[in-house]
Design a protein around this ligand. Structure first.
Ligand SMILES: [Zn+2]
Length: 298
């Protein structure tokens, strides 16, 4: 599938991406955050800050500078990963604006015996919203409204936000142009992620502003491609499962050709997510129990 990696982070400076919508990228680049986390500033006189980003003093100052002369009306958070939500408490301290959005961090399922949660370090367990938004809840602000769309998969508590009466949707880490999303158990869940992709296809917004990288244009086509890509991955895994037990690292080497070694742990988590779904659907078996270090057969 084709990804769009064209992006200028323009660190420290807010860039207008649509009328009344500015993007401010935090300087936290990594293989998983691309050039860094995108914070969106929505509104003219008063402004709503979507995903204030990591606990980063420089980024916090950049948000305050960009919103000088405006009232920060609310801080909206999509999900509890350390690159998205910790800035909320810091920005609230400086502006007094309420934090609204996702529920506290929680994995999609409990750990099984002997399993290590590889994503533990990326979860922001301290996050608490002043007001939690449920699926379909419309948060009304002075100049516009945002509809919360529950999109579990990347994390259990993930929300996207549609800007009412517009073609725009803030897709956070659910749909991104530069890469596929990480869906890794036990924080993430592949079945839920696929259902959440379908949910996007029922919507009318055509342009998405993601948590990392540039916008997604022609969103429906792109979401369709993402679905197709995951189904192809699933087929590739199924094709390699037989009566002979196979490990996740072996599956990664067989399926992801030429993958840089630094991205192999992420690929392993992705394959694990697919296998978890296949085991649930009785299309695969795990020995001894579902986990990163288990062996898999048909
Ligand atoms: Zn995330």
């Amino acid at each position: 599938m084709k990804h769009d990696r064209e992006f200028d982070p323009n660190y420290g400076l807010a860039t207008e991406v649509a009328d009344g919508i500015r993007r401010l990228t935090a300087n936290n680049p990594s293989p998983f955050t691309f050039h860094g986390t995108n914070t969106y500033l929505v509104g003219q006189k008063s402004v709503v800050v979507i995903d204030p980003g990591p606990a980063d003093a420089q980024h916090l100052e950049a948000i305050l500078t960009a919103t000088k002369g405006q009232t920060v009306e609310a801080i909206v958070v999509s999900h509890t990963h350390v690159d998205h939500s910790p800035g909320a408490a810091l920005l609230k301290e400086r502006t007094g604006a309420p934090v609204i959005g996702c529920t506290p961090h929680r994995p999609a399922r409990a750990l099984v015996d002997g399993e290590i949660n590889a994503l533990d370090a990326s979860g922001d367990k301290a996050f608490r919203a002043d007001r939690e938004l449920e699926n379909g809840t419309v948060a009304r602000f002075g100049e516009f409204s945002l509809e919360a769309i529950a999109t579990p998969g990347h994390t259990e508590n993930h929300l996207c936000f549609a800007l009412e009466g517009s073609a725009y949707l803030f897709s956070a880490d659910h749909v991104m142009a530069w890469s596929t999303s990480i869906v890794a158990p036990p924080d993430g869940n592949m079945r839920a992620y696929m259902v959440s992709l379908d949910k996007m296809l029922e919507r009318s917004e055509t342009i998405y502003f993601p948590g990392h990288g540039g916008p997604v244009g022609d969103a429906a086509t792109y979401v369709g491609d993402l679905k197709h890509h995951r189904l192809q991955r699933e087929a590739a895994i199924l094709a390699r499962l037989g009566s002979e037990p196979i490990s996740i690292p072996e599956l990664v080497d067989a399926i992801y050709e030429g993958l840089p070694p630094m991205l192999k742990p992420a690929a392993a988590l992705s394959v694990f997510a697919q296998l978890e779904d296949l085991v649930d659907r009785r299309l695969a078996k795990a020995d001894p129990v579902i986990g990163l270090n288990a062996f898999y057969t048909r």
